[in-house]
Write a protein that binds this ligand. Structure first.
Ligand code: GLN
Length: 447
Protein backbone atom coordinates (compact mmCIF):
# COMPACT_ATOMS: atom_id res chain seq x y z
CA UNK A 1 0.00 0.00 0.00
CA UNK A 2 1.33 3.43 -0.87
CA UNK A 3 0.68 6.17 1.61
CA UNK A 4 0.70 9.69 0.23
CA UNK A 5 0.20 12.79 2.32
CA UNK A 6 -1.86 15.75 1.15
CA UNK A 7 1.23 17.95 0.96
CA UNK A 8 3.05 15.33 -1.05
CA UNK A 9 0.25 15.28 -3.56
CA UNK A 10 0.32 19.04 -3.80
CA UNK A 11 3.99 19.29 -4.82
CA UNK A 12 3.86 16.46 -7.32
CA UNK A 13 0.57 17.63 -8.73
CA UNK A 14 1.81 21.18 -9.04
CA UNK A 15 4.96 20.19 -10.94
CA UNK A 16 2.93 17.90 -13.21
CA UNK A 17 0.42 20.70 -13.80
CA UNK A 18 3.11 23.22 -14.70
CA UNK A 19 4.88 20.78 -17.02
CA UNK A 20 1.63 19.87 -18.68
CA UNK A 21 0.60 23.50 -19.16
CA UNK A 22 4.03 24.41 -20.52
CA UNK A 23 3.89 21.52 -23.00
CA UNK A 24 0.42 22.47 -24.17
CA UNK A 25 0.68 26.25 -24.28
CA UNK A 26 4.30 27.18 -24.86
CA UNK A 27 4.23 26.24 -28.53
CA UNK A 28 2.61 29.60 -29.27
CA UNK A 29 4.13 31.64 -26.43
CA UNK A 30 7.75 30.43 -26.80
CA UNK A 31 8.90 31.34 -23.30
CA UNK A 32 10.88 28.15 -22.76
CA UNK A 33 13.87 26.74 -24.60
CA UNK A 34 14.15 23.51 -22.65
CA UNK A 35 12.20 21.72 -19.92
CA UNK A 36 14.08 19.98 -17.12
CA UNK A 37 13.70 16.22 -17.62
CA UNK A 38 14.55 15.79 -13.92
CA UNK A 39 11.74 18.04 -12.62
CA UNK A 40 9.37 15.21 -11.62
CA UNK A 41 12.13 13.27 -9.91
CA UNK A 42 13.17 16.42 -8.05
CA UNK A 43 9.55 16.89 -6.96
CA UNK A 44 9.54 13.37 -5.53
CA UNK A 45 12.68 14.02 -3.54
CA UNK A 46 11.41 17.35 -2.23
CA UNK A 47 8.22 15.62 -1.28
CA UNK A 48 10.08 13.10 0.86
CA UNK A 49 11.86 15.92 2.65
CA UNK A 50 8.62 17.76 3.32
CA UNK A 51 7.09 14.56 4.66
CA UNK A 52 9.94 14.13 7.08
CA UNK A 53 9.66 17.77 8.17
CA UNK A 54 12.92 18.74 6.49
CA UNK A 55 11.70 20.83 3.55
CA UNK A 56 13.79 23.91 2.75
CA UNK A 57 12.59 27.48 2.36
CA UNK A 58 11.70 26.95 -1.30
CA UNK A 59 10.17 23.49 -0.86
CA UNK A 60 7.52 23.13 -3.53
CA UNK A 61 8.48 26.29 -5.46
CA UNK A 62 8.91 25.75 -9.18
CA UNK A 63 11.60 27.96 -10.72
CA UNK A 64 12.28 28.82 -14.38
CA UNK A 65 15.82 29.96 -15.22
CA UNK A 66 17.12 32.38 -17.84
CA UNK A 67 19.29 30.62 -20.39
CA UNK A 68 22.43 32.54 -19.44
CA UNK A 69 22.66 30.87 -16.01
CA UNK A 70 24.36 27.49 -15.66
CA UNK A 71 22.14 24.65 -14.44
CA UNK A 72 24.02 21.36 -14.48
CA UNK A 73 22.86 19.10 -17.30
CA UNK A 74 20.66 21.71 -18.99
CA UNK A 75 21.66 23.97 -21.85
CA UNK A 76 22.83 27.53 -21.21
CA UNK A 77 22.36 28.62 -24.81
CA UNK A 78 22.03 32.37 -24.18
CA UNK A 79 19.39 31.93 -26.90
CA UNK A 80 22.23 31.87 -29.43
CA UNK A 81 23.44 29.54 -32.15
CA UNK A 82 26.95 30.03 -30.78
CA UNK A 83 26.04 28.15 -27.58
CA UNK A 84 23.19 26.09 -29.01
CA UNK A 85 24.73 22.83 -27.81
CA UNK A 86 26.43 24.02 -24.64
CA UNK A 87 25.33 21.82 -21.73
CA UNK A 88 26.23 23.30 -18.35
CA UNK A 89 28.80 21.16 -16.52
CA UNK A 90 28.04 22.77 -13.15
CA UNK A 91 25.46 24.76 -11.18
CA UNK A 92 25.76 28.54 -10.81
CA UNK A 93 25.88 29.61 -7.16
CA UNK A 94 22.27 30.86 -7.32
CA UNK A 95 21.16 27.43 -8.58
CA UNK A 96 23.10 25.61 -5.85
CA UNK A 97 21.32 27.78 -3.29
CA UNK A 98 17.88 27.21 -4.84
CA UNK A 99 18.42 23.44 -4.91
CA UNK A 100 19.68 23.45 -1.33
CA UNK A 101 16.40 25.08 -0.27
CA UNK A 102 14.41 22.53 -2.32
CA UNK A 103 13.34 24.71 -5.22
CA UNK A 104 12.46 22.66 -8.31
CA UNK A 105 13.92 23.76 -11.66
CA UNK A 106 11.28 23.78 -14.41
CA UNK A 107 13.62 24.53 -17.30
CA UNK A 108 15.50 27.18 -19.26
CA UNK A 109 13.80 30.29 -20.61
CA UNK A 110 13.98 32.18 -23.87
CA UNK A 111 15.74 35.56 -23.98
CA UNK A 112 17.29 38.11 -26.30
CA UNK A 113 20.48 36.62 -27.74
CA UNK A 114 23.27 37.03 -25.15
CA UNK A 115 20.91 39.37 -23.23
CA UNK A 116 21.33 42.05 -25.92
CA UNK A 117 17.91 43.58 -26.32
CA UNK A 118 14.82 45.12 -24.76
CA UNK A 119 12.08 43.27 -26.61
CA UNK A 120 12.55 39.48 -26.55
CA UNK A 121 12.76 39.44 -30.35
CA UNK A 122 16.45 38.72 -30.96
CA UNK A 123 16.54 35.10 -29.77
CA UNK A 124 17.96 32.48 -32.16
CA UNK A 125 14.98 30.36 -30.99
CA UNK A 126 12.41 32.91 -32.10
CA UNK A 127 10.49 35.71 -30.40
CA UNK A 128 8.36 35.34 -27.25
CA UNK A 129 4.70 36.41 -26.95
CA UNK A 130 3.37 38.63 -24.16
CA UNK A 131 0.50 36.65 -22.58
CA UNK A 132 -0.85 39.75 -20.80
CA UNK A 133 -0.82 42.05 -23.86
CA UNK A 134 -1.69 39.89 -26.85
CA UNK A 135 0.28 40.56 -30.02
CA UNK A 136 2.88 42.69 -28.27
CA UNK A 137 6.49 42.11 -27.28
CA UNK A 138 7.02 40.89 -23.71
CA UNK A 139 10.08 43.10 -23.25
CA UNK A 140 13.59 41.84 -22.68
CA UNK A 141 16.10 40.63 -22.42
CA UNK A 142 14.72 38.23 -19.74
CA UNK A 143 11.59 37.79 -21.88
CA UNK A 144 10.98 34.09 -21.25
CA UNK A 145 11.45 34.33 -17.47
CA UNK A 146 8.88 37.13 -17.12
CA UNK A 147 6.50 35.34 -19.45
CA UNK A 148 6.92 31.94 -17.74
CA UNK A 149 5.62 33.60 -14.54
CA UNK A 150 2.91 35.59 -16.33
CA UNK A 151 1.69 32.54 -18.27
CA UNK A 152 1.49 30.36 -15.16
CA UNK A 153 4.26 27.90 -16.09
CA UNK A 154 6.07 28.31 -12.74
CA UNK A 155 5.93 30.11 -9.38
CA UNK A 156 9.04 32.22 -9.75
CA UNK A 157 11.87 32.73 -12.24
CA UNK A 158 15.43 33.99 -12.44
CA UNK A 159 16.49 36.70 -14.85
CA UNK A 160 19.54 38.91 -15.19
CA UNK A 161 19.59 42.68 -15.42
CA UNK A 162 22.44 44.65 -16.97
CA UNK A 163 20.43 47.71 -17.93
CA UNK A 164 16.81 46.78 -17.27
CA UNK A 165 16.41 43.21 -18.47
CA UNK A 166 14.47 42.12 -15.39
CA UNK A 167 12.52 45.34 -14.84
CA UNK A 168 11.50 46.01 -18.45
CA UNK A 169 9.76 42.65 -19.09
CA UNK A 170 8.32 42.66 -15.55
CA UNK A 171 6.64 45.98 -16.40
CA UNK A 172 5.36 44.86 -19.82
CA UNK A 173 4.10 41.49 -18.51
CA UNK A 174 2.54 42.77 -15.28
CA UNK A 175 4.66 40.70 -12.88
CA UNK A 176 7.05 41.56 -10.06
CA UNK A 177 10.76 41.86 -10.95
CA UNK A 178 13.76 42.81 -8.86
CA UNK A 179 17.34 43.83 -9.64
CA UNK A 180 19.52 43.58 -6.53
CA UNK A 181 22.38 45.94 -5.60
CA UNK A 182 25.62 45.17 -7.39
CA UNK A 183 27.46 42.63 -5.25
CA UNK A 184 24.35 41.36 -3.45
CA UNK A 185 23.96 38.18 -5.55
CA UNK A 186 26.75 35.97 -6.86
CA UNK A 187 27.38 36.07 -10.60
CA UNK A 188 29.34 32.81 -10.48
CA UNK A 189 27.88 30.70 -13.29
CA UNK A 190 26.21 33.62 -15.06
CA UNK A 191 27.24 34.22 -18.68
CA UNK A 192 27.47 38.00 -18.42
CA UNK A 193 26.54 40.58 -20.99
CA UNK A 194 28.57 43.22 -19.11
CA UNK A 195 30.15 42.11 -15.87
CA UNK A 196 30.41 45.47 -14.11
CA UNK A 197 26.67 46.14 -14.45
CA UNK A 198 24.86 42.82 -14.27
CA UNK A 199 23.00 41.09 -11.43
CA UNK A 200 20.80 38.01 -11.25
CA UNK A 201 17.37 38.64 -9.72
CA UNK A 202 13.88 37.21 -9.25
CA UNK A 203 10.54 37.39 -11.06
CA UNK A 204 7.37 36.48 -9.16
CA UNK A 205 3.62 36.93 -8.98
CA UNK A 206 3.90 38.91 -5.76
CA UNK A 207 6.49 40.80 -3.74
CA UNK A 208 6.66 38.18 -0.98
CA UNK A 209 7.72 35.43 -3.38
CA UNK A 210 10.27 37.74 -5.01
CA UNK A 211 11.67 38.61 -1.56
CA UNK A 212 11.85 34.92 -0.67
CA UNK A 213 13.75 33.94 -3.81
CA UNK A 214 16.04 36.95 -3.35
CA UNK A 215 16.93 36.03 0.21
CA UNK A 216 17.73 32.47 -0.87
CA UNK A 217 20.11 33.52 -3.67
CA UNK A 218 21.65 36.59 -1.97
CA UNK A 219 24.81 36.76 0.09
CA UNK A 220 28.56 36.52 -0.05
CA UNK A 221 30.08 33.85 -2.29
CA UNK A 222 33.76 32.98 -1.83
CA UNK A 223 33.83 31.98 -5.52
CA UNK A 224 32.78 35.46 -6.70
CA UNK A 225 34.99 38.38 -5.79
CA UNK A 226 32.46 41.15 -6.30
CA UNK A 227 29.93 39.81 -3.78
CA UNK A 228 29.64 41.81 -0.58
CA UNK A 229 30.12 40.42 2.93
CA UNK A 230 27.20 42.34 4.40
CA UNK A 231 24.86 40.63 6.83
CA UNK A 232 21.36 41.13 5.58
CA UNK A 233 18.17 40.39 7.46
CA UNK A 234 15.46 38.14 6.05
CA UNK A 235 13.56 40.18 3.49
CA UNK A 236 10.30 38.29 3.97
CA UNK A 237 10.40 38.60 7.79
CA UNK A 238 10.75 42.36 7.51
CA UNK A 239 8.26 42.91 4.71
CA UNK A 240 5.86 45.73 5.63
CA UNK A 241 3.55 48.06 3.71
CA UNK A 242 3.70 50.75 6.37
CA UNK A 243 5.47 53.79 4.90
CA UNK A 244 4.77 56.15 7.77
CA UNK A 245 7.33 58.96 7.84
CA UNK A 246 8.88 57.96 4.52
CA UNK A 247 9.92 60.39 1.82
CA UNK A 248 9.54 59.18 -1.76
CA UNK A 249 11.37 61.02 -4.54
CA UNK A 250 9.87 61.59 -7.98
CA UNK A 251 12.18 63.24 -10.53
CA UNK A 252 10.68 65.87 -12.80
CA UNK A 253 12.96 64.53 -15.58
CA UNK A 254 10.96 61.27 -15.60
CA UNK A 255 8.09 63.12 -17.25
CA UNK A 256 10.27 64.50 -20.06
CA UNK A 257 11.15 61.00 -21.24
CA UNK A 258 7.86 59.19 -20.65
CA UNK A 259 4.60 58.97 -22.62
CA UNK A 260 1.93 61.06 -20.85
CA UNK A 261 -0.50 58.14 -20.48
CA UNK A 262 2.21 56.18 -18.60
CA UNK A 263 2.96 59.20 -16.38
CA UNK A 264 -0.73 59.34 -15.42
CA UNK A 265 -0.73 55.68 -14.33
CA UNK A 266 2.49 56.21 -12.38
CA UNK A 267 1.05 59.24 -10.58
CA UNK A 268 -1.85 57.12 -9.40
CA UNK A 269 0.80 54.76 -8.00
CA UNK A 270 2.41 57.69 -6.17
CA UNK A 271 -0.99 58.46 -4.63
CA UNK A 272 -1.11 54.93 -3.29
CA UNK A 273 2.30 55.36 -1.68
CA UNK A 274 1.02 58.57 -0.05
CA UNK A 275 -2.03 56.80 1.29
CA UNK A 276 0.34 54.32 2.97
CA UNK A 277 1.93 57.17 4.92
CA UNK A 278 4.68 58.43 2.62
CA UNK A 279 5.31 61.99 1.50
CA UNK A 280 6.12 62.35 -2.21
CA UNK A 281 8.76 65.00 -2.89
CA UNK A 282 10.22 66.27 -6.15
CA UNK A 283 13.86 65.52 -6.82
CA UNK A 284 16.17 66.51 -9.69
CA UNK A 285 18.20 64.14 -11.86
CA UNK A 286 19.57 66.60 -14.44
CA UNK A 287 22.04 64.12 -15.94
CA UNK A 288 19.46 61.45 -16.71
CA UNK A 289 19.93 62.10 -20.43
CA UNK A 290 23.60 61.04 -20.21
CA UNK A 291 22.78 57.58 -18.87
CA UNK A 292 21.93 55.89 -22.16
CA UNK A 293 25.14 56.72 -24.11
CA UNK A 294 27.19 56.02 -20.98
CA UNK A 295 25.55 52.63 -20.55
CA UNK A 296 25.85 51.52 -24.17
CA UNK A 297 29.51 52.54 -24.49
CA UNK A 298 30.28 50.52 -21.38
CA UNK A 299 28.28 47.50 -22.56
CA UNK A 300 29.85 47.44 -26.03
CA UNK A 301 33.37 47.32 -24.60
CA UNK A 302 32.66 44.77 -21.87
CA UNK A 303 30.58 42.57 -24.19
CA UNK A 304 33.24 42.64 -26.91
CA UNK A 305 35.80 41.50 -24.36
CA UNK A 306 33.50 38.76 -23.00
CA UNK A 307 32.82 37.33 -26.46
CA UNK A 308 36.49 36.78 -27.37
CA UNK A 309 36.27 33.27 -25.90
CA UNK A 310 33.71 32.26 -28.56
CA UNK A 311 36.33 31.82 -31.24
CA UNK A 312 35.06 28.45 -32.39
CA UNK A 313 37.70 26.29 -30.71
CA UNK A 314 35.80 25.40 -27.56
CA UNK A 315 32.11 25.77 -28.39
CA UNK A 316 31.95 24.89 -32.07
CA UNK A 317 31.06 28.22 -33.65
CA UNK A 318 32.89 31.50 -33.93
CA UNK A 319 30.38 34.01 -32.61
CA UNK A 320 30.73 36.48 -35.50
CA UNK A 321 29.89 33.72 -37.98
CA UNK A 322 26.54 32.77 -36.48
CA UNK A 323 25.19 35.60 -34.32
CA UNK A 324 22.29 37.93 -35.00
CA UNK A 325 22.57 41.55 -36.11
CA UNK A 326 22.35 43.19 -32.68
CA UNK A 327 25.08 40.98 -31.20
CA UNK A 328 27.28 41.63 -34.24
CA UNK A 329 26.70 45.38 -33.99
CA UNK A 330 27.83 45.37 -30.36
CA UNK A 331 30.93 43.29 -31.11
CA UNK A 332 31.94 45.60 -33.97
CA UNK A 333 31.37 48.78 -31.95
CA UNK A 334 33.09 47.29 -28.90
CA UNK A 335 36.12 46.41 -31.02
CA UNK A 336 36.22 49.90 -32.52
CA UNK A 337 35.93 51.65 -29.15
CA UNK A 338 38.57 49.37 -27.61
CA UNK A 339 40.98 50.15 -30.46
CA UNK A 340 40.45 53.88 -30.00
CA UNK A 341 40.94 53.63 -26.27
CA UNK A 342 44.55 54.87 -26.31
CA UNK A 343 43.14 58.33 -26.97
CA UNK A 344 40.61 58.00 -24.11
CA UNK A 345 37.87 59.23 -26.38
CA UNK A 346 35.00 56.97 -25.49
CA UNK A 347 35.43 54.46 -22.71
CA UNK A 348 37.24 56.81 -20.36
CA UNK A 349 34.53 59.42 -20.91
CA UNK A 350 31.88 56.80 -20.22
CA UNK A 351 33.57 55.96 -16.91
CA UNK A 352 33.59 59.66 -15.97
CA UNK A 353 29.90 60.00 -16.75
CA UNK A 354 29.19 56.82 -14.86
CA UNK A 355 30.66 58.38 -11.70
CA UNK A 356 28.62 61.51 -12.28
CA UNK A 357 25.34 59.61 -12.67
CA UNK A 358 26.09 57.47 -9.64
CA UNK A 359 26.89 60.54 -7.51
CA UNK A 360 23.69 62.23 -8.64
CA UNK A 361 21.50 59.25 -7.72
CA UNK A 362 23.21 58.66 -4.37
CA UNK A 363 22.87 62.34 -3.57
CA UNK A 364 19.13 62.27 -4.37
CA UNK A 365 18.78 59.17 -2.18
CA UNK A 366 20.26 61.00 0.82
CA UNK A 367 17.11 63.12 1.01
CA UNK A 368 14.53 60.39 0.29
CA UNK A 369 14.00 56.76 1.31
CA UNK A 370 13.40 55.53 -2.24
CA UNK A 371 12.86 56.98 -5.72
CA UNK A 372 9.61 56.01 -7.47
CA UNK A 373 8.83 56.48 -11.14
CA UNK A 374 8.11 54.82 -14.46
CA UNK A 375 10.06 51.75 -15.58
CA UNK A 376 9.81 51.97 -19.35
CA UNK A 377 9.03 55.27 -21.14
CA UNK A 378 6.75 53.76 -23.80
CA UNK A 379 4.34 50.88 -24.25
CA UNK A 380 5.65 47.62 -25.77
CA UNK A 381 5.40 47.58 -29.57
CA UNK A 382 3.49 45.01 -31.60
CA UNK A 383 5.32 41.84 -32.59
CA UNK A 384 6.12 42.04 -36.26
CA UNK A 385 6.50 45.81 -36.15
CA UNK A 386 10.23 45.55 -36.67
CA UNK A 387 12.28 48.32 -35.08
CA UNK A 388 15.25 48.75 -37.40
CA UNK A 389 16.85 51.79 -35.76
CA UNK A 390 18.91 50.56 -32.79
CA UNK A 391 18.64 53.95 -31.10
CA UNK A 392 14.86 53.61 -31.01
CA UNK A 393 15.22 50.19 -29.38
CA UNK A 394 17.79 51.52 -26.89
CA UNK A 395 15.24 54.21 -25.98
CA UNK A 396 13.30 51.61 -23.99
CA UNK A 397 16.16 51.57 -21.47
CA UNK A 398 16.52 55.24 -20.57
CA UNK A 399 14.88 54.89 -17.15
CA UNK A 400 16.39 51.57 -16.12
CA UNK A 401 20.09 51.91 -17.01
CA UNK A 402 20.95 54.58 -14.38
CA UNK A 403 20.26 52.01 -11.64
CA UNK A 404 22.91 49.66 -13.03
CA UNK A 405 25.42 52.46 -13.57
CA UNK A 406 24.98 53.35 -9.88
CA UNK A 407 24.88 49.71 -8.63
CA UNK A 408 21.72 50.32 -6.59
CA UNK A 409 18.70 48.02 -6.07
CA UNK A 410 15.44 48.51 -7.97
CA UNK A 411 12.18 46.62 -8.29
CA UNK A 412 9.06 46.78 -10.41
CA UNK A 413 5.45 46.13 -9.53
CA UNK A 414 2.34 46.59 -11.66
CA UNK A 415 0.32 49.73 -10.96
CA UNK A 416 -2.19 49.74 -13.80
CA UNK A 417 -2.95 49.20 -17.47
CA UNK A 418 -3.31 51.31 -20.58
CA UNK A 419 -5.75 49.75 -23.05
CA UNK A 420 -5.09 46.43 -21.36
CA UNK A 421 -1.28 46.75 -21.50
CA UNK A 422 0.37 46.45 -18.05
CA UNK A 423 2.43 49.34 -16.67
CA UNK A 424 4.95 48.78 -13.88
CA UNK A 425 6.25 51.29 -11.37
CA UNK A 426 9.97 51.28 -10.66
CA UNK A 427 11.26 51.77 -7.09
CA UNK A 428 14.99 52.49 -6.69
CA UNK A 429 16.77 52.44 -3.33
CA UNK A 430 20.06 53.10 -1.60
CA UNK A 431 22.91 50.63 -2.11
CA UNK A 432 22.17 47.37 -0.27
CA UNK A 433 18.82 48.67 0.98
CA UNK A 434 16.72 46.11 -0.88
CA UNK A 435 14.36 45.95 2.10
CA UNK A 436 13.01 49.47 1.62
CA UNK A 437 12.54 48.89 -2.09
CA UNK A 438 10.63 45.68 -1.36
CA UNK A 439 8.50 47.40 1.27
CA UNK A 440 7.51 50.23 -1.08
CA UNK A 441 6.65 47.63 -3.73
CA UNK A 442 4.62 45.72 -1.15
CA UNK A 443 2.69 48.90 -0.30
CA UNK A 444 1.85 49.30 -3.98
CA UNK A 445 0.50 45.78 -4.42
CA UNK A 446 -1.46 45.86 -1.16
CA UNK A 447 -4.07 48.46 -2.12
N1 GLN B 1 18.23 46.41 -23.09
C1 GLN B 1 19.52 46.56 -22.53
C2 GLN B 1 20.56 46.12 -23.52
O1 GLN B 1 20.19 45.73 -24.58
C3 GLN B 1 19.62 45.82 -21.25
C4 GLN B 1 19.99 44.40 -21.41
C5 GLN B 1 20.12 43.68 -20.10
O2 GLN B 1 19.79 44.22 -19.04
N2 GLN B 1 20.67 42.49 -20.17
O3 GLN B 1 21.72 46.15 -23.28
Amino acid sequence: MVEVTALTDEVQEKVAKYLDRARREDGDINALIELNPGAEQAAKEVEKKIDSGKGGRLAGYVVAVKSNINVMGLRATCASKTLENYVSPYDATVIQRIKKEDGIILGMTNMDEFACGSSGETSYFGETQNPRAKGRIPGGSSSGSAVAVAAGFCDVALGSDTGGSIRNPASHCGVVGFKPSYGRVSRYGLIDLAMSLEQIGPFANNVRDAALLLEVIAGHDPKEGTTIKDQFQGYTDNLSADLDGWKIGFAREFEEFTEPAIVRVIKRGLDRLSSNGAEVVEIALPNLDKALPTYYLTVFVEFFSATRKYDGRRYGYKIEDVCGREVLRRIMLGRYISQKEYSGRYYKKALQFRSLIKRELLHALEAVDVIAGPTVPKLPHMLGEKIEDPLVMYGYDVLTVPTNLAGIPAGVVNVGRIKGVPVGMQIQGRPLDEQKVLNAMHALEKD
